[in-house]
Design a protein around this ligand. Structure first.
Ligand code: 6PG
Length: 251
């Protein structure tokens, strides 16, 4: 795969703090350069701590929430109050605690048919970003890494891995819980971003981290390999246990 920049933090709290710093820095740079900050959040357990850090820092005023727009890299087809909802998690851990105008938040719609929800989200992305910047260029996308090598809801062996002309697609449940249909943004969106940051914590991820960073890893078996921002920065933030099988110089 494209070798990312890798930073290793001592534990999940330090990882969350570093991710929160990056969010604040990228917001300032993006608003300074283009007048707005476009961020995509992910689901999973690791980002929640980062959200809480950002929420706890709201008084520092480093993020201009009136100029921040929030999108989602993927969503599970469950109602927002379901514990598995990525939007619901973002609401509880971050959005309810910061002064972001509701019209600046773009959750993935939830339908029984994930393909329909994906089509609507694809349209939202097309409408909201300038016609000339297609695929949409997000300033920062946070991603996680699943134990099976998936990222966002791009699962091993799925047709979604090959999609080039849609910005969001439906996805059947993967082999990992929760067993629900999902919507995911596609590789063209991930790879058009200015910054992509993986947040990966815990010893249970050490093996898959090593496999994905292997030069011979293939996208079909390890979808995270397909994240290669063309003009952007790719950064992996790992905690010590997640990095345990990597033989790299420690900072
Ligand atoms: C989702 C995610 C998914 C997640 C990884 C890692 O909605 O399921 O976006 O891609 O980021 O499964 O999740 P953890 O951070 O919980 O390990």
């Amino acid at each position: 795969m494209l070798q990312p920049e890798i930073e290793i933090l001592s534990d999940p709290a330090a990882l969350a703090a570093r991710a929160a710093d990056l969010l604040e820095e990228t917001a300032a740079v993006s608003i300074g350069a283009r007048g707005r900050f476009r961020l995509a959040l992910s689901g999973g357990s690791t980002p929640e701590k980062m959200h809480q850090q950002i929420a706890a820092r709201v008084a520092n005023g480093k993020v201009d929430w009136s100029r921040t727009e929030i999108f989602f890299g993927d969503e599970r087809m469950v109602p927002p109050d379901d514990p598995h909802s990525n939007y619901g998690m973002a609401r509880r851990s971050l959005l309810d605690h910061v002064p972001i105008p509701p019209e600046n938040v773009f959750p993935v719609p939830v339908h029984d048919e994930s393909d329909l929800a994906a089509l609507e989200y694809d349209r939202t992305l097309r409408k909201h970003f300038d016609a000339e910047s297609q695929p949409p260029v997000l300033d920062l996308i946070f991603l996680g890494l699943g134990d099976d090598g998936h990222t966002a809801s791009l699962f091993p062996g799925m047709p979604s891995l090959a999609v080039q002309d849609l910005w969001a697609v439906g996805s059947p449940p993967g082999v990992l819980p929760p067993p629900v249909h999902r919507v995911t943004v596609t590789f063209p969106v991930l790879n058009a971003a200015r910054n992509v940051v993986f947040l990966i914590a815990g010893g249970a991820k050490a093996q898959i981290v090593q496999e994905v960073l292997d030069l011979n890893a293939a996208v079909d078996a390890h979808p995270a390999v397909g994240v290669k921002p063309q003009n952007g920065r790719l950064l992996w933030l790992l905690d010590e246990p997640a990095s345990a099988l990597l033989f790299i110089n420690r900072r």
